[in-house]
Design a binder for this molecule. Structure first.
Ligand code: LLP
Length: 422
């Protein structure tokens, strides 16, 4: 069941009216449901059942500390792609031993910090990165746990900006090259090859590409095992899609069942299974609430100009993504079509076109499925302080990130005039 429901014509998240949150803390603001996040995590855990497994939440989707702490308390691991994400996980009480580190451009400093903390595994994306990690682990006197991220050359059938599993993408190591690395593992005395991983893209709404990727990768894992290279885990990445409009993504249970069935088919069900879901855990748990500042009608269009902009939520502008727009207060009357637009000086600053709404200026609109890649991709473009973030928990809510101030906008800057001494 959705965590959003109308009661007496007012839109609630769990047991809190969204309009009440906005009247107390202002707009725009992101609002998240602890219950929705918890339920999604539990759906993964239940589907995994007795399978040895670790659900590593992809922090990039939403790194808010309150969400990370909720997941850490539930026993989740984390998939990180930067030192910043690692520090967030630590600050939220996450266990470094449950952290996997992905990304094509890990710096020396990032590797060192992660090795010192004893993370679970590095998802290594190139031979050059292997050599660097080996050297750094050697200088620290430790062995780095490694999983090679392989590129299975599979079309994920998703937006080309977020497809990552084709050979022309920058991600991963070609499968044959990865197999050679595993076989020559002794060339890297400070690495231990513990796993293999693959992530082919995001917002996949069909199981087939996941199956295709596994059918390329798992036979190689079985072959390596026969050759004496015993990996202990398979990491299948993230990518499970959610419903924004009329997509019919597989359920978490169906997705996990497919992965487990493929592992079993290749005789690998005894391996630990790592998953890196981002969107499937947090997208539906969050909304962006925004106020209608003006209604503007021209010969061509009717606009609802809201106080959130593409700097706060860039998915519609960047990917042409469709996200729902709903009034927080249901009014009676004929719906009229609006282009819902922000105040940013770009024509791409549109949340939705031709949306049927019954609204007046001052009303609150709620943009749905904004929990993933919403705040995480926000910026201060047009010198706009970033919005507050709120966590709803039953009948209560907490501000889990205060709205940025104008001082925040200028933090760290200074004025240098002609002739100033350095
Ligand atoms: N693992 C790796 C290595 C990844 O690169 C990603 C996402 C994930 C896991 C999590 O994928 P998810 O389960 O969330 O699909 N900004 C885009 C999505 C970019 C995804 C990048 N990688 C969007 O707003 O649609």
């Amino acid at each position: 069941m959705s965590v959003l429901t109308y009661r007496d014509e007012r839109l609630f998240m769990e047991d809190v009216a969204l309009a009440d949150i906005v009247s107390m803390i202002g707009s725009p603001c992101y609002v998240y449901s602890r219950r929705a996040l918890t339920d999604a995590y539990r759906a993964f855990r239940e589907a995994l059942d007795v399978q040895r497994s670790l659900v590593c939440y992809a922090v990039k989707a939403n790194g808010n500390l309150a969400l990370l702490a909720t997941l850490a308390d539930l026993g989740a691991g984390f998939d990180i792609v930067s030192r910043g994400e690692l520090e967030r996980v630590l600050a939220a009480g996450g266990d470094p031993a449950r952290v996997v580190f992905s990304g094509v451009g890990k710096t020396e400093g990032e590797m060192r910090r992660a090795l010192e903390l004893g993370i679970r595994c590095f998802n290594v994306e190139s031979v050059a990165e292997l050599a660097r990690l080996d050297t750094i682990a050697g200088t620290l006197g430790v062995r780095a746990p490694v999983s090679l991220r392989v590129n299975p050359d599979v079309d994920a059938g998703t937006h080309h900006y977020i497809a990552t599993g084709l050979k022309e993408n920058k991600f991963g190591i070609p499968l044959a090259e990865a197999v050679a690395c595993y076989r020559e593992g002794s060339r890297y005395p400070h690495l231990s090859f513990v796993g293999i991983d693959c992530h082919i893209g995001s917002q996949l709404t069909d199981l087939r590409p996941f199956g295709d990727a596994l059918d390329r990768v798992l036979p190689e894992v079985a072959g390596l095992r026969r050759a004496g290279v015993a990996l202990t885990h398979v990491d299948v990445g993230g990518g499970l899609g959610v419903r924004y409009r009329d997509e019919r993504p597989p359920t978490i249970a169906a997705y996990v069942a497919l992965v487990r069935e493929r592992l079993a088919a290749h005789g690998l069900q005894d391996l630990e299974l790592i998953l890196e879901p981002g969107r499937a855990l947090v997208a539906a748990a969050g909304v962006l609430a925004t106020r209608v500042e003006y209604i503007k009608e021209t010969d061509a269009k009717r606009f609802a100009i809201v106080d959130a902009g593409m700097n706060d939520l860039i998915r519609p502008a960047l990917y042409g993504a469709w996200q729902s727009v709903t009034a927080a207060r249901r009014r009676v009357g004929p719906a009229r079509e609006y282009d819902v637009v922000g105040p940013v000086c770009e024509s791409a600053d549109v949340f939705g076109r031709g949306r049927p709404l019954v609204i007046e200026s001052g009303d609150i609109l709620v943009i749905g499925e904004a929990g993933a890649y919403g705040f995480a991709m926000s910026s201060q473009y047009n010198a706009r302080p970033r919005p507050a973030e709120v966590l709803v928990d039953g009948a209560r809510f907490h501000v889990v990130r205060r709205r940025e101030t104008y001082e925040d906008l200028m933090r760290g800057e200074c004025v240098v005039r002609a002739g100033s001494r350095s």
